[in-house]
Ligand binder design. Structure first.
Ligand code: 6R9
Length: 648
């Protein structure tokens, strides 16, 4: 495997050199209290903390607190503290779906807008601790709404604009959000997304489940005519006219909740991952500064939607806390054509570009000319996140996009971790294509085998983290037991990530993918159980089993085995109907790629579906089916192998 040594140019101005990395890392794990006492000061605290780390991974007593007696306001850290030094610097560059539309918003303007929205939310009855759901496209108002919540101590729950009314309704109910911020419509690749109409349905769905959403604040994006319910619905562009452009930031405890973000696990409905204020912002800002080696005045572009954690930490909070110019892109990588990303980079002189392997693979497939007709000279650093990046895509990104000038930081992390945990620091760590390389300061990755034994040296195993870091999630909203059960019960005393990994002889980390029933489709996490429950909610389906299979562009595709109700006939029409049904229940990102009709599913005698076997059949690896002796009816497997031609 090739290793790319740290180039002189990457080292030249780097904030962290190889020696600093070693020194800081050693100190961060041998004296976490001292290390974080020092680095927590990167934020502006209202009341400085005296306590630093107070955490326990002990079974039955998992508790995570950082800087707990300090107070601060997150929006003040992202806005107010920059006003004097860089009030007129661009905070957000917004690039619209339509290449002729863009906007620049200074820190001063952003501050005023956030204050206005904070005042409007207060007028709508939102108080400290209340949850507010946000269902918006990639427009500056999404960042404004998040920061406005943080300003008044409300807890935001951003729901990706591509999710269905059902998904939004369920999340509003679970988080008991009484206020929702949405838009008339979204715009993606020239197509309109009916956000307000979806929101109306979602409010109805929540109501039928017994939860009332009292107020809906609507941002005008496309100007489409939408239904407005008097008393409940309010236009943002009208409401903002009658409030002050100033709103004092509320003093928050470091451990006061900042946001909830729903994410998929291997079982049950999506979990509300809860992050708090102080530790999260220390982590988001510090990783943004050092992983990307961010330098004053640079333009940073993270392509993630704010509906995902990457958008929270690296489109909004990390960059703004560091006073950067962050680019927010409303559109998609291949509209109007596959050269869009590179065109935007040239247009806005982007210095750091951070995207997902699925986008890289798709653009690689479109041909090099789309890239080479752009200049890209402003680009200094490239990043990757969301799924393992295959060496072929890595090499293309490195040679064609970056012309071998730019380091690539392959950053491994999760919604739960708040920010990057394993990644190269560009001036300090030599690169190996496909490896996330080394842990960030304070992160103690460990490999354990199925029995929970810690593995030393070069090894393959399950990836755990041995001790807490400031950006770690604190609980599952409303269900601390589920938090302990999900992350701390498999290997007691350790945080279990759900990922498999390998550590090579040089101590480099290679993430091999999920070892649980979570699949990663285009960098989006999905529980197979969620897709299964959507399928079986269709009246003609009796049973369904869903697995991931290798997909050239998406990384993993969604493969569904479907058993129909007695008397129903498998037709192509029904196949289409089921695909549409799943899209409707969850959203387009959950569209099944393949459906195979399955007269029966392989089950153990206790009735558990043996997904291991279904995965092998989906991958066409019949030779390696493994032990099938515990199956209740081994004949089912032969039947599925024979019938695999009917997958589509
Ligand atoms: C940030 C984010 C988390 C899961 C994670 C892992 C996969 C993310 C990766 C990666 C290999 C990387 N993942 N980054 N796998 N290399 N650089 O994506 O959060 O949506 O919660 O997904 O994504 O499997 O467990 P989230």
């Amino acid at each position: 495997m090739t290793t790319i040594a740290v180039k002189d140019a990457w080292k030249a101005q780097a904030q962290i050199t190889e020696a600093t990395y070693r020194e800081w890392y050693d100190r961060s794990v041998s004296d976490p209290d001292g290390f974080w006492r020092e680095h927590g000061r990167r934020l502006d605290w209202i009341k400085p903390y005296s306590a630093v780390k107070n955490t326990s991974f002990e079974p039955g007593a998992v508790s995570i607190r950082w800087f707990e007696d300090g107070t601060l306001n997150l929006s003040a850290n992202c806005l107010d503290r920059h006003l004097e030094t860089r009030g007129d610097q661009t905070a957000i560059v917004w690039e619209g779906d339509d290449p002729s539309q863009s906007r620049r918003i200074t820190y001063r303007e952003l501050h005023a807008d956030v204050c206005r929205m904070a005042n409007v939310l207060k007028d709508l009855g939102v108080a400290k601790g209340d949850r507010v759901s946000i269902y918006l496209p990639m427009i500056p108002e999404a960042a404004v709404a998040m920061l406005a919540c943080a300003r008044i101590g409300a807890v935001h729950s951003v729901v990706f604009g591509g999710f269905s009314p059902d998904a939004l309704g369920g999340r509003m109910e679970d988080s008991t959000s009484r206020v929702l911020v949405t838009a008339d419509e979204g715009l993606r690749a020239g197509r309109r997304v009916p956000l307000k109409a979806n929101a109306d349905k979602a409010v109805g769905i929540a109501a039928r489940a017994g939860h009332t959403v009292e107020k809906v604040l609507v941002v005008r994006r496309t100007g489409a005519e939408v239904a407005m319910e008097p008393g409940r619905d309010h236009w943002w562009h009208e409401a903002r006219e009658s409030v002050a452009a100033d709103c004092p930031p509320v003093e928050m405890g470091a451990e006061d909740p900042l946001f909830i973000l729903y994410t998929s696990g291997s079982t049950g409905k999506p979990k509300g991952v809860l992050h708090t204020t102080g530790g999260y912002l220390v982590w988001a800002s510090m990783t943004h500064q050092y992983v990307f080696d961010y330098r004053e005045g640079e333009v940073f572009w993270c392509t993630a939607d704010v509906g995902w954690v990457t958008g929270h930490s690296y489109t909004v909070y990390g960059p703004l806390a560091n006073g950067a110019t962050t680019l927010m892109f409303e559109g998609v990588p291949n509209y109007p054509d596959a050269g869009r990303m590179w065109q935007v980079i040239d247009k806005h002189r982007v210095n750091i570009f951070y995207t997902a392997p699925t986008a890289i693979r798709a653009l690689m497939g479109a041909g090099d000319e789309f890239v080479t007709r752009s200049s890209r000279q402003s680009i200094r650093l490239l990043g990757s996140v969301g799924e393992p990046i295959n060496p072929e895509a890595w090499n293309w990104y490195y040679t064609v996009v970056g012309e071998e000038r730019c380091a690539i930081v392959d950053t491994w992390w999760q919604t739960e971790t708040g920010g990057i945990l394993i990644s190269p620091l560009p001036g300090a760590v030599a690169l190996k294509p496909g490896s996330a390389t080394k842990p960030f300061f304070g992160v103690r990755p460990e490999l354990v085998d199925a029995e929970g034994r810690v593995l030393d040296g070069a090894a393959d195993g399950n990836l755990c983290i041995a001790d807490s870091w400031p950006g770690q999630m604190r609980t599952v909203f409303g269900d601390h037991e589920r938090f302990e059960q999900t992350y701390f019960s498999t290997y007691p005393g350790k945080y279990f990530t759900g990922d498999g990994a390998r550590r090579d002889a040089d101590g480099y980390w290679w993430i091999t993918g999920r070892v649980d029933d979570v699949i990663n489709v285009s960098g989006h996490r999905m529980g197979t159980a969620e897709v299964e429950s959507a399928l079986v909610s269709h009246p003609k389906v009796s049973e369904a089993a869903v697995v991931g299979y290798p997909h050239d562009v998406k990384g993993q595709g969604i493969y569904c085995y479907v058993t129909l109700m007695e008397g129903e006939t498998a037709t192509d029409e029904l196949r289409k109907e089921l695909v549409a049904h799943v899209r409707n229940e969850i959203g387009p990102i959950a569209s099944p790629d393949k459906i195979q009709w399955a007269p029966g599913l392989p089950k153990t005698r206790s009735g558990k579906i043996m997904r291991r076997i279904l995965r092998k059949i989906a991958e066409d690896e019949f030779g390696a089916l493994g032990d099938t002796s515990t199956l209740a009816d081994p004949g089912v497997v032969d039947e599925l192998i024979e019938n695999r031609q009917n997958r589509r």
